[in-house]
Design a binder for this molecule. Structure first.
Ligand code: ADP
Ligand code: MG
Length: 445
């Protein structure tokens, strides 16, 4: 087995590895090291918990020369604030015996202290796109010296929700730079996008995208509906010894809040919740308390826990079946990290069977079913989404999940094609004076 010495890493890095108790590089670390050092564009795909953070940090730190230059040379983009904090903290540990200034930049906190930190100089920035862009637009953060760009969790980062912000950042980066991208899963669409955006990246795949780790034992229950799932949860969670540290994923903050309200009475001070509507302090604080075993059960939405490395989680419970099978892989990947063993439980209602089959197809593996325990009450209560559609009033102005909106199926009649252009008198005036007339002065407030 190859050791860190075989990789010929510098002494300061080697000593940091010793301090952390890391003896052997993981396969992705070993493979990525020479390729990233060669300066090529790279996409690295390796399962959850296999040490991708160190895989990109090690070669970057190895080649980062000491400098007093104030503008950053490495930019690491991540999807969430929590991940920015975690990755920056890890890099600081790896660079413990080097002089490297690492800065985390994320929203929801005081922008002025971040401005000050940037102005006092840094080498590596780890940040989320939104706040980074604000600081760039403001003129505080200058990207002209960035020669290496890392995008962690690249599949979610290039997804529609982030793409606009990323494009803005890409435009301001020097075009001569190395692009380094990592994820545990990769879809065809994202791969195509990467080919469009970046020149000929070399792909390092340790496992086929979507292969889960063998050290995660996966189970599933067939459960009637949402509120029966809540009943099952409260039944399972009563076993504190077995379910010693549980991360529960729920699709959407509203559903997460619903489950939280139901479980609160019973598990109050053992229970935490994070989603994007919670304040930044609350989020970081809740994760820290979960990581330090101050709370036993954490409810989370999908994006919030992407990439997070949390101390030995006993169970990941998927309260619902994710619409995109990749998300299941990321959910269960919060356990079984760094070769520990973990368990995952998928709660699947009948209407989610198809989504479950898609996951099994992606993994090329079926999930063992456990019989629904006797004595757990089957609820008759239905959520708005579970009620039969025919008599539910559907608000046409709302784009509900899964509903496709598109053009009307008939041509508009001529009279309906007209657009409102204001009164004819105003149009006459406008034509005459060649500028729009407004009624009264528009005062600036
Ligand atoms: P990934 O990004 O692939 O999901 P992380 O980079 O978060 O994984 O690392 C997962 C865990 O493995 C972390 O706790 C990290 O400290 C640990 N780890 C990373 N590299 C090694 C190594 N070479 N030996 C032992 N543990 C490691
Ligand atoms: Mg990671």
């Amino acid at each position: 087995m190859i050791t860190f010495q075989n990789l010929a890493i510098s002494n300061p890095l080697y000593n940091a590895m010793e301090d952390l108790g890391f003896k052997n590089p993981t396969p992705i670390q070993e493979r990525a090291f020479p390729i990233i050092r060669s300066g090529k564009n790279v996409i690295g795909i390796s399962q959850t918990g296999t040490g991708k953070t160190l895989a990109f940090s090690l070669p970057i730190l190895q080649d980062l020369k000491y400098s007093t230059q104030d503008t950053p040379r490495v930019l690491i983009l991540v999807p969430t604030r929590e991940l920015a904090v975690q990755i920056a903290d890890q890099i600081e540990l790896y660079a413990k015996y080097m002089t490297v200034r690492v800065l985390k930049i994320y929203g929801g906190t005081n922008i002025n202290s971040q401005k000050k930190a940037i102005l006092s100089g840094c080498d590596i920035i780890v940040g989320t796109p939104g706040r980074l862009y604000d600081l760039i637009a403001h003129g505080t953060l200058k990207l002209k010296s960035v020669s290496k760009l890392v995008i962690d969790e690249v599949d979610v980062m290039l997804d529609l929700g982030f793409r606009f912000q990323l494009n803005n950042i890409f435009e301001l980066l020097p075009s001569k730079r190395q692009n380094i991208m990592f994820s545990a899963t990769m879809t065809k669409e994202i791969k195509a996008l990467i080919q469009d955006f970046f020149i000929a990246p070399e792909e390092i795949s340790i496992a086929i995208s979507g292969t889960p780790l063998d050290n995660i034992k996966q189970y599933t229950y067939s459960v009637k509906n949402f509120y029966t799932k809540v009943n099952l949860l409260s039944h399972l969670l009563q076993d504190k010894e077995e379910f010693s540290k549980v991360l529960i994923f729920i699709d959407g903050k509203r559903n997460a809040d619903r489950v939280f309200e139901k479980l609160e009475a019973e598990f109050g001070d053992e229970l935490g919740i994070i989603h994007s509507n919670k304040s930044q302090n609350f989020r970081l604080n809740t994760i820290e308390r979960f990581d330090n075993d101050k709370i036993r059960i954490l409810l989370s939405t999908d994006i919030m826990a992407r990439g997070l490395d949390l101390e030995k989680i006993s169970h990941v419970i998927c309260f619902d079946v994710p619409e995109y099978p990749e998300n299941y892989i990321h959910r269960i990947g919060r356990t079984g990290r760094a070769e520990h063993v973990g368990k995952s439980i998928l709660l699947c209602a009948e209407y989610e069977t198809e989504a479950r089959l898609m996951i099994e197809k992606l993994m090329d593996k079926s999930i063992d079913e456990i019989e629904f325990p006797e004595g757990v009450e089957i609820s008759k209560q239905l959520t708005p989404a579970e009620r039969p559609v025919d008599y539910v009033y559907k608000n046409q102005n709302r784009n509900t999940k899964g509903a496709e909106s598109g053009a009307a199926f008939h041509e508009k009649k001529d009279k309906n094609k007209k657009t409102n252009q204001g009164g004819s008198y105003r149009r006459e005036l406008a034509a005459k004076y060649k500028k729009p007339k407004t009624r009264g002065g528009k005062k600036k407030k």
